[in-house]
Design a protein around this ligand. Structure first.
Ligand code: ADP
Ligand code: MG
Length: 724
């Protein structure tokens, strides 16, 4: 097809498309967790003693007894078969942001040639995927260090419906035979354990006798774009890079913001309903859905859950969004910046810590005791975000997220903490030596008097902060829409563990000297503010003044790109942090740097090659056709004595030449492989390759504004964003 034929065809297909009829509404109770082998289903199907043992394992994380595993495996298999499953899969989370699974049949052939369904405890507990295709950063360089998967009892098994039918899915960790974590789940579990240990220490010091295990919670808001597959199939950049590498902004963009919370188009509504039904069946508590700022952009957020389960569920959510979109003739873009000049997509990770005895530890509560507890945990977060801000930047560093962070819409690349004016005031007073009572009775006595009730005022949400306190949790907004939430959760739990340990040491020291508890708390919180208060910022995070002040006066890092941020993982203080908390060994940490750096370089290389090929083989021919039309028309008219202006033809010719010149430059730049280090290579990708890609695009987009529409081959922004 030449010219805009494919575009016209795409539009006619969309316009004539029959809507998938919405499924008749079902009662939530009838759908909820029907595809999950939940605790209650285990209770129904397991002998009492076995169930008790499994439940204990789930709560304590201890290893499951072999004989117990056998009984559980049989019950799980029978349940899965009753749901129509013939296969089972160990599901794991490699260092890419994807979900990986290895499928095996329950089938077992007997000596007489007959078959039975079989699933032994040892197969449930441990699997051995062919891990060679997953990145490992050099850990598994020897053949002896192959990987295995091990059942994570704390995240329930489920059956998943795919094109191939139902499969029993078992969430697992993925570890090398030498014991190193090759995945994203293992460090997450370790970070929760480290945080639990440190939090328990602090809670005991604060006078709590009974302290239940402390867990972290996560509720992740997922933004995404939907584009009709008829368009996407004509955009190699969307298909291969997940974003448009070319495209002139539409006449109507998001200037009017009328899409936000606007009516959800019917076709999208039907899609969303199916997504939600699939989520409910898998026990994922989808809660809010709405339009986002940009046209074609939407959001789905679940009710929060324990971090480990939430993280597995988040991966499932991304899979469900992608698969369901296909069924409805869309493609779901989870890229952070699919369309230049249009709002990008993020994943706000809401995070807190708490337990069954003290509740949510980042909730101020309403007694003096809970207030103090809250201030201590909040202080620990402040210290952690200040001390390890560059780490928080590094865990959200990807080639695609670089288009968001630091740009003028998403949170800035400078990591600061927003507390809200009232809480900021409380901490400021702590810095100055004492908290004044809100009723004006003079200095407030920590542990005796209560904090003022914090009013959550809607105007005060401060969307410009990357790390914001939102009443009873923190919201980390710099996370990319396509990213696994595990890395960010690991970082938050680990820095909190470190800070809580530091606080516990300080308190113990003071108490040993005979200082009274509330005075000791006051001391340590004052020290937090003296040393780390610079990270607290309530103003406009997008402003020039802040960028200057943050770096020059407050000494905060402004790591603009992944090339700047990833090397943080190699710094000694980060290695120390992960080592002393037991979350990652130095070898595991180094492997993560290697893998993420490689992914960054690969992503940019793929995009650069696409830029060159699309410019040369799609845009250049279209522009030449237009030039040929123009020149023959101009010449023909001249013969009959009519002089037509030549400016357009000249302009198009100049743009074509500039585009092709820059494509050649980019091509030359790509052939450079001479780098002293990975860091140098990343800087080259960010400082040389990326700007050249932008140059090619600049001329191509200018051509889009000149070339006759009936010759333009790529679906336009206008079409992709507005035709549903
Ligand atoms: P907004 O878009 O206003 O930021 P949403 O209501 O869309 O807020 O999302 C808020 C998210 O925060 C939800 O997933 C919610 O369950 C989650 N959340 C609420 N309380 C906690 C908590 N204690 N820990 C973790 N997440 C929480
Ligand atoms: Mg939010």
């Amino acid at each position: 097809m030449s010219g805009n034929e494919s575009r016209v065809q795409a539009i006619s297909q969309i316009v004539n498309r029959k809507l998938m009829p919405p499924k008749p509404p079902k009662r939530l109770e009838d759908m909820w967790a029907t595809d999950v082998f939940s605790l209650s289903k285990m209770q129904e199907s397991l002998p009492k003693s076995i169930f008790k043992s499994v439940k204990n394992t789930i709560q304590t994380g201890e290893k499951l007894d072999d004989s117990v595993a056998d009984v559980v495996a049989v019950a799980m298999k029978d349940w899965a078969i009753s749901k129509g499953a013939l296969y089972y899969a160990h599901v794991f989370y490699p260092l890419t942001n994807s979900t990986a699974e290895k499928h095996d049949g329950f089938i077992s052939v007997q000596s007489d040639g007959s078959v039975i369904s079989e699933f032994a405890g040892k197969v449930l507990v441990q699997g051995e995927p062919d891990g060679s295709s997953f990145p490992n950063g050099g850990i598994r360089s020897t053949a002896a260090a192959r990987g295995y998967t091990a059942w994570d009892v704390t995240s329930p098994a489920y059956v998943m419906e795919t094109d191939n039918g139902m499969t029993l899915c078992i969430p697992t960790v993925f570890i090398s035979w030498t014991g190193e974590a090759l995945d994203k789940k293992t460090p997450l579990l370790r970070s929760i354990a480290a945080m639990n240990k440190a939090a328990t220490r602090v809670l005991k010091l604060l006078g709590n006798n009974k302290v239940a295990p402390v867990n972290s919670s996560c509720g992740a808001e997922q933004e995404y774009f939907l584009v009709d597959a008829n368009f996407a199939n004509n955009r190699p950049d969307l298909l291969l890079a997940g974003r448009t590498l070319f495209g002139k902004p539409p006449a109507k963009g998001q200037q009017f913001d009328d899409h936000y919370f606007g009516a959800i188009p019917e076709r999208v509504q039907v899609f969303m309903q199916e997504v939600e039904e699939r989520m409910y069946r898998l026990g994922i508590p989808a809660k809010t859905r709405h339009n986002e700022v940009a046209p074609g952009q939407f959001e789905i957020a679940p009710f929060f859950e324990a971090a480990n389960v939430a993280s597995d569920h988040q991966q499932l959510t991304m899979t469900i969004l992608r698969n369901t979109a296909k069924k409805h003739g869309f493609i779901c873009l989870l890229h952070e910046k699919p369309f230049a000049g249009i709002n990008g997509s993020g994943k706000h990770v809401n995070w807190s810590v708490g337990n069954a005895t003290q509740g949510n530890l980042l909730d101020p509560g309403d007694t003096p005791h809970s207030n103090v507890q809250f201030l201590v945990f909040c202080g620990a977060v402040i210290r952690g975000v200040h001390k390890y801000g560059p780490l928080l930047r590094a865990v959200v560093a990807t080639a695609s997220n670089d288009h968001r962070l630091g740009a003028n819409e998403a949170p800035p690349a400078i990591i600061s903490v927003y507390l809200g004016s009232q809480l900021e005031d409380v901490f400021e007073q702590i810095r100055q030596g004492g908290v004044k009572d809100s009723q004006g009775k003079g200095i407030m006595n920590l542990g005796v008097d209560t904090l003022p009730t914090f009013v959550k005022d809607a105007g005060d949400r401060n969307r410009t902060s990357p790390f914001a306190f939102t009443g009873n949790r923190f919201e980390f907004r710099a996370v990319g829409s396509g990213q696994s939430v595990s890395g960010p959760l690991v970082a938050m739990n680990t820095i909190l563990a470190d800070s809580l340990d530091w606080i516990a040491n300080k308190l113990e020291g003071d108490l040993a000297k005979g200082t009274e508890l509330n005075a000791a708390i006051q001391n340590v919180l004052k020290e937090v503010m003296d040393e780390h208060g610079a990270v607290v910022f309530g103003g406009n995070g997008y402003s020039e003044e802040w960028h200057k002040m943050a770096v020059e006066e407050r000494g905060l890092a402004n790591l603009r790109t992944t090339a700047d941020a990833l090397p943080v993982l190699k710094e000694a203080y980060i290695e120390d942090l992960f080592k002393k908390t037991g979350v990652l060994t130095p070898v595991e940490l180094e492997s993560r740097f290697d893998v993420y750096a490689e992914q960054y370089l690969l992503a940019i290389e793929v995009e650069a090659k696409l830029v060159i090929s699309i410019a040369k083989t799609i845009i250049y021919p279209a522009a030449l056709r237009y030039l040929s039309d123009l020149s023959s028309t101009i010449a023909g008219l001249k013969e009959v004595g009519i002089e037509l202006e030549k400016e357009t033809a000249e302009k198009v010719a100049t743009l074509v030449k500039s585009m092709m010149d820059n494509a050649s430059k980019l091509s030359d730049a790509l052939s450079n492989h001479d780098f002293a280090s990975t860091e140098e290579h990343m800087q080259y990708a960010s400082q040389t390759i990326r700007p050249l890609m932008d140059e090619v695009r600049k001329y191509a987009d200018a051509l889009e504004a000149e070339v006759a529409d009936d010759l333009w081959p790529l679906p336009t922004y206008q079409e992709m964003l507005f035709v549903k």
